[in-house]
Design a protein around this ligand. Structure first.
Ligand code: HEM
Length: 542
């Protein structure tokens, strides 16, 4: 038995390396060159043939054995709920190909919709050799996100855990995660930061848009990425435009290339190069943290200026001896980890807002009207804008919410159950993965009328605040609710405000791609021209 499982493990390894990763890499356009591709497949084919035969037999034995056990337990009444219905698909590959193919189509939610109509809102499937329960039910998702009693832990691909390390903020659980989440969240919401970061964002957006007006064509996705990285680095460690920022950006780009890759670490591999980039990145951040250590000790009672300040203060009065003995490593590691969640999400949200507005002139006109009103008032009074001015632009916030609902930048979160859990009569067995699918809820026509229509006005018709709506979770929820939520909305609001009050643009034809991450196929080319807006653009009745 043991030997069979060893063999099973080795074959699984080759299966993953030769089969799934090339599939994913081909879809993501990352595979190296064509000749490498051919050699790869010849060797892969031989190993696979042996692998398929052995693994198919084992698969049949395992599934039969598992089903028999489950039936017995169900008969005896020892299990509380029912494992959701569904199909585990083909031996070994399960339903991976259908999952990826739908992900690559213009309607990635089709995979879930089809199974939802066959098996109900929560169903089982098998993706990349792992049995998974997919929830398209907002209430089930809420329970998974709340994670009472630490029943669920994040489940990331191996390349991500290798790169982040086991103590990363994205993978730790329990009291350490809660503490870190609380102090980072409190800092991101603090009035001192709000005031400072509003000025910083305004300055970065202003300079960026000035430069766009000089370019014949602007690829929005690329240009916004530069701007949001600059803002993120300022927020985390107060580094401004200059040489340090450029080096940091280069190393960071090299580092994150490895987040989806073959998880093999030896010289020459993607993972190896990314880990080396991470070492260099940490070295640069450590220098900043070291300089700051002295300054922080001197001005203990003044408010924290950035995330480095916050973490250094926590370390100096923290309970963990681990942190105290290695404060430099701890703080530098956390800063690098915090660069990851905001790096891709922010530019995608802003780019897609430009795309949706380009395609919806009535919504754009209403947005111009609202933002010109506030601009006029500010010019008359001579006051600066503050955080709450932007957050109280109700139609602008509607545009942001509608963009996030349709964009589904994080289309769901993956968790692994640490014990058997029953939710709404469904049993999630210990060791199984759960995908709480946000996209299925956001695009559910029983919840959102005409879900594929960009309709910012719908948020006026929805009762209650978008932030407490269980059917709207672009920032996740519960214990791991994104601490960057308010900051992200502010950043998008400032960007939209300056864009629509100072410029007009025409966008070229482009398409949204959803796999492996959401982006624009042609990076959204637009032509920008400055405008002197003195009067409203007439807004047609909606
Ligand atoms: C539109 C922009 C953004 C979206 C859609 C987004 C979405 C999310 C989601 C869905 C999660 C939960 C992941 C999970 O439950 O496993 C998350 C977590 C997180 N986000 Fe964001 N995020 C955005 C921007 C940002 C920014 C700008 C920052 C920081 C500067 C940030 C920092 C974090 C951190 C640190 C976590 C981990 C929290 C924890 O596990 O305790 N995010 N984000």
């Amino acid at each position: 038995m043991c030997n069979s499982f060893m063999c099973f493990g080795v074959v699984s390894f080759f299966w993953c390396v030769f089969m799934y990763f090339p599939i994913i890499q081909v879809f993501s356009g990352n595979l190296f060159g064509p000749s490498y591709f051919m050699d790869y497949w010849v060797v892969g084919f031989l190993v696979l043939t042996a692998g398929i035969i052995l693994r198919s037999r084992l698969w049949i034995r395992l599934t039969k054995w598992k089903t028999r056990d489950e039936d017995e337990e169900q008969e005896k009444g020892t299990k509380k709920g029912m494992i959701p219905k569904g199909s585990l698909g083909w031996p070994v590959i399960g339903e991976t190909l259908a999952f990826i193919a739908c992900g690559y189509s213009s309607r990635p939610v089709t995979f879930m919709d089809k199974r939802k109509s066959l098996y109900g809102k929560v169903f089982k499937t098998n993706i990349i050799g792992t049995p998974i329960i997919i929830s398209t039910d907002a209430e089930v998702n809420k329970v998974v996100l709340q994670n009472h009693g630490n029943t669920f832990v994040p489940a990331y691909p191996k390349s991500i855990t290798e790169l982040l390390g086991e103590n990363s903020i994205l993978s730790i659980n329990g009291p350490h995660q809660k503490r870190l989440h609380t102090i980072i969240g409190a800092f991101f919401r603090s009035p001192h930061l709000k005031e400072r970061i509003t000025r910083d964002i305004e300055a970065s957006v202003g300079l960026t848009l000035d430069s766009w007006a000089q370019l014949p064509v602007v690829h929005v996705q690329d240009e916004i990425k530069k701007m949001t990285f600059e803002i993120l680095v300022k927020l985390l460690m107060s580094i401004s435009r200059g040489e340090d920022l450029e080096i940091l950006k280069l190393e960071f780009e090299e580092f994150i290339k490895g987040l989806i890759c073959i998880p093999i670490n030896f010289p020459g591999t993607r993972l190896y190069k990314s880990l080396k980039a991470k070492e260099r990145l940490i070295k640069i951040v450590k220098k900043v943290v070291k300089e700051r250590q002295v300054a922080t000790a001197e001005r203990k009672n003044s408010p924290a200026n950035d995330a480095v300040d916050v973490l250094l203060r926590d370390v100096s009065d923290g309970a963990s001896s681990d942190k105290q003995s290695q404060p430099l490593d701890f703080v530098s590691g956390k800063i690098v980890e915090m660069m990851i969640p905001g790096e891709e999400t922010m530019p995608t949200a802003m780019t897609l807002a430009v795309k949706f507005l380009s395609d919806n002139p009535v919504a754009l006109a209403k947005l111009v009207e609202e933002n010109m009103d506030v601009k006029r008032r500010k010019l008359e009074s001579g006051e600066e804008y503050n955080w709450s001015d932007y957050m109280s632009l109700s139609f602008t916030q509607n545009v942001i919410n509608e963009t996030l609902r349709m964009a589904n930048i994080i289309n769901g979160v993956w968790r692994k159950a640490l014990k058997d859990v029953e939710i709404k009569g469904y049993l999630i067995p210990k060791g199984w993965c759960v995908l709480a699918s946000f996209i299925s809820v956001h695009m559910d026509e029983d919840i959102y009328e005409n879900p594929y229509q960009f309709d910012p006005w719908r948020w006026d018709r929805i009762n209650g605040s978008a932030n407490s709506n269980v059917c709207f979770t672009p920032f996740g929820g519960g214990q791991r609710l994104c601490p960057g939520l308010e900051l992200s909305k502010l950043e998008i609001a400032i960007f939209l405000h300056q864009l629509v009050t100072r410029y007009s643009w025409t966008a070229e034809e482009d398409k949204i791609v959803s796999f492996p991450t959401v982006k624009m196929k042609r990076r959204l080319p637009i032509r920008v021209a400055p405008v002197e807006r003195t009067s409203h653009i007439p807004v047609e009745d909606h």
